[in-house]
Write a protein that binds this ligand. Structure first.
Ligand SMILES: C[S@@+](CC[C@H](N)C(=O)[O-])C[C@H]1O[C@@H](n2cnc3c(N)ncnc32)[C@H](O)[C@@H]1O
Length: 172
């Protein structure tokens, strides 16, 4: 009986805790994922990071594009495990169990996310510091404060940013 209790507690915590550090899980509908990747304009040799990978749908789709490396970061152990399982045998798809705020994004060509507005606000400074000129940021539903989007897709709820339009990053 106590094992069942622990299991329920674990699942409950995995649902609740991420909402305090970036946003609860809510999957992006697949047509929106495809639209995000269309705006990302990924080229062979480029790297995409999905911050808060959820069930891995963005990295699995991006990792199917020719020559693209896709990295998902997920704080919740259950969803991280699901992503790891889905990405098994796919050398160009990596899944990290980490807090995205502690991750080094300097090798990102594209960053995607679907998080709370509070997390988008906090990410602004980090993205500004770490992304290089030409990097694209595609935010699902959340505008990044103080940044001028290159494009707003109201139908799909997407904000598309390009780094040279936000000032130079300090990619080394
Ligand atoms: C709204 S879901 C989006 C999932 C996926 N990117 C998609 O578009 O379908 C947000 C995800 O971010 C994760 N998350 C929230 N805060 C995080 C943090 N600080 N670091 C890493 N992952 C986080 C949550 O666990 C959740 O799975």
């Amino acid at each position: 009986m106590w094992i069942l209790g622990l299991l329920i507690l674990g699942i409950g915590l995995s649902i609740l805790l991420p909402s305090f550090v970036g946003g609860a899980w809510s999957p992006t509908p697949m047509p929106v994922v495809h639209k995000m990747l269309e705006y990302a304009r990924l080229q062979p040799g480029e790297t995409l990071y999905d911050l808060g990978a959820g069930d891995g749908r963005v990295i699995m789709t991006a990792g199917g594009l020719p020559g693209v490396r896709a990295i998902g970061v997920e704080i919740d152990p259950l969803r991280w495990a699901l992503c790891k399982w889905r990405a098994r045998g796919r050398a160009n798809i990596q899944v990290l169990r980490e807090n995205m705020f502690h991750l080094d994004l300097r090798d990102a060509d594209v960053v995607t996310f679907y998080l709370s507005q509070g997390a988008a606000d906090l990410l602004q400074e980090k993205l500004q510091a770490e992304l290089g000129p030409g990097a694209r940021v595609i935010s699902n539903r959340r505008p990044i404060p103080g940044w001028q989007p290159q494009l707003v897709d109201e139908e799909f709820g997407l904000y598309v940013y390009v780094m040279e339009e936000q000032g130079k990053g300090n990619k080394s």
